[in-house]
Design a protein around this ligand. Structure first.
Ligand code: NAD
Ligand code: IPM
Ligand code: MN
Length: 356
């Protein structure tokens, strides 16, 4: 029996509500499969922990997490703790310390999912975002000079290293080659005259090794427009940390909403644990009411199953999400239903057992 050791950081707001369903689903998958099991360890870290202990995670938190095969994360951030503290000291520090430099975010319009776009065919929205996840605009480098003085200056550096750009772009080319899909780079070389010119150059350089991959390059402003007007242009997409963050919320909006948007933070070398999470936040506006949609978390659980080498279970979970979207019987209010968070999780489990 193979054991997958998973650290669970449910976090804040709706994080614990959706993560409970994600764990339930993974437990069921393991039970039905019978050849592997999950060993979950819960960590109480997040904003409440911060208010009690003055820190977002234990002092040796990163060391504790390093012993796991993966991390399953709910959401981080809540009113009462400044966002730049809560996110930097938990979510972002994990992505960085564990060199999770690939952020894989599917933007796929499943059958039955609501789409606000007119004149767009469902199958035309099927992208995989490969977001740079370790540096760029999120390098955390800068300074705040003369605070409160008339000459106050704030500098936020974008850091684009050759190693950092090459490895993410190469990962995207490999994926495009493997899946026989086009690869689109999204950047902004016309205005960001160092970082994005460099990015574009590396996209071309690495591309010379992949003559079989059809490529496209868009400026981020035009890309945003095309994602709405003509989303079929995009298959595999590679972009920087900040652009990837923004464009994947746009991607969520055109493919069913935040309640369906998942992401995997990967350390492809598997030297450190990778982390799986819904891409939404803690949703303080609906927290504690059983209204949160857990399907994004189930989708990220599917990504975890893929990562652990169980692609058939990964695919089964996506099929179940799609069946539920089509049936429209048990869905949360964001998808037009009246079901509670746990009822949606229970239905996924029921469907898993049904088709064994
Ligand atoms: P959010 O994603 O939490 O919420 C945006 C909107 O989407 C809200 O109306 C919310 O109700 C809705 N929504 C989100 N997830 C949903 C779900 N599963 N089901 C149904 N509706 C859902 O974004 P925000 O309000 O900008 O941020 C709230 C807090 O979360 C902030 O502290 C922010 O920094 C943090 N945040 C954390 C993460 C993360 O942990 N990965 C991601 C984004 C934001
Ligand atoms: C995401 C989130 C994070 C990001 C925030 C909470 C730091 O928005 O995972 O999309 O910007 O990466
Ligand atoms: Mn985001």
């Amino acid at each position: 029996m193979v054991t997958h050791k998973v650290a669970v950081i449910a976090g804040d707001g709706i994080g614990p509500e959706v993560l409970a369903e994600g764990k339930k689903v993974l437990e069921k998958v393991a039970e039905l499969d019978g050849t592997f099991q999950f060993d979950f360890t819960d960590f109480p870290w997040g904003c409440e922990y911060y208010l009690k202990n003055g820190r977002m995670m234990a002092e040796d938190g990163i060391e504790q997490l390093s012993k796991f095969d993966a991390i399953f994360l709910g959401a981080v951030g809540y009113p009462g703790v400044p966002d730049h503290i809560s996110l930097w000291d938990l979510l972002l520090i994990i992505r960085k310390k564990f060199d999770q430099y690939v952020n894989l975010r599917p933007v796929k319009l499943l059958k039955g999912a609501p789409c606000p776009l007119k004149d767009v065919k469902r199958e035309d929205i099927d992208m995989m975002f490969v977001r740079e996840n370790s540096e760029g605009e999120y390098a955390g480098s800068g300074s705040w000079l003369f605070p409160g003085k008339p000459n106050e200056v704030v500098i936020q550096d974008g850091v684009f290293s050759r190693v950092g750009c090459e490895r993410i772009i190469r990962y995207a080319y490999e994926l495009a080659r493997k899946e026989k899909k086009t690869l689109t780079s999204i950047s902004k070389g016309n205005a960001l005259n160092y970082s994005m010119v460099f990015w574009d150059q590396i996209f071309k350089e690495v591309g010379e090794e992949y003559p079989d991959v059809e490529t496209h390059s868009f400026l981020v402003d035009a890309a945003s427009m095309f994602m709405v007007k003509d989303p079929k242009r995009f298959q595999i997409v590679v972009t920087s940390n900040l652009f990837g963050d923004i464009l994947t919320d746009l991607g969520a909006a055109i493919s069913g909403g935040m309640g369906l948007a998942a992401g995997a933070n990967l350390n492809p070398e598997r030297k450190f644990p990778s982390m799986f999470e819904p891409i939404h936040g803690s949703a303080p506006d609906i927290a504690g009411q059983g209204k949160a949609n857990p399907l994004a978390t189930v989708w990220s659980a599917s990504q975890m199953l893929d990562f652990f080498g169980h692609p058939e279970w990964a695919a089964r979970l996506i099929d179940i999400i799609e069946e539920m979207l089509v049936e429209k019987a048990i869905l949360t209010p964001d998808l037009g239903g009246t079901a509670k968070t746990n009822q949606v999780g229970d239905e996924v489990v029921r469907k898993l057992a049904e088709k064994k």
